[in-house]
Design a binder for this molecule. Structure first.
Ligand code: CA2
Length: 145
């Protein structure tokens, strides 16, 4: 199975700033943990601080036969109609949105999840385990087909 793990703006700073909110491991650590936990999956990892690059990565996922996308759009989750449209546009490729923190216990502006509304599901507040839960969803979905 081929999965794209897509991380949005500022997530390249994981482990460098705000460890009390996002944990002390880096993005590299997070990606390595996924490879270790799911050796059978062909992962592609993309992180960008630019909305258009995230959208292009979603379009490419549909074209290259990617089976699913695990996406943390960072702050764009709350603002980007374009990202939401891209999630809808790549159907039938499913996208699971992940948030490390529980966005619903934070500021009100984080409660709106524009991209998440077009995703098959949203995991929020489970820390980095949220990425593992999202991958597990794709593994179980494939098994039950
Ligand atoms: O909880 C999440 O995963 C978020 O998507 C993280 C975003 C935030 O805007 C969302 O509301 C929730 C922020 C990502 C910034 O990541 C940083 C990591 C380390 C240090 C500073 C920022």
């Amino acid at each position: 199975m081929r999965l794209l793990v897509l991380n949005g703006p500022n997530l390249n700073l994981l482990g460098i700033r705000e460890p009390e909110v996002y944990g002390s491991g880096t993005l590299d650590d997070l990606e390595e943990a996924l490879v270790e936990a799911f050796p059978e999956i062909a992962f592609r990892f993309v992180q960008s601080n630019h909305e258009g690059i995230l959208i292009d990565a979603l379009h490419a996922a549909r074209e290259d036969g990617t089976d699913g996308v695990v996406m943390n759009p960072g702050g764009f989750s709350h603002t980007s109609v374009a990202l939401r449209d891209a999630v809808s546009a790549i159907a039938p490729v499913s996208v699971v949105e992940v948030h490390i923190s529980n966005v619903h216990t934070r500021e009100g502006f984080r409660h709106t999840l524009l991209s998440g509304g077009a995703c098959v599901g949203i995991v929020s507040g489970l820390g980095r385990y949220g990425y593992h839960a999202a991958v597990r969803y794709f593994v179980e979905s494939e098994r039950s087909q």
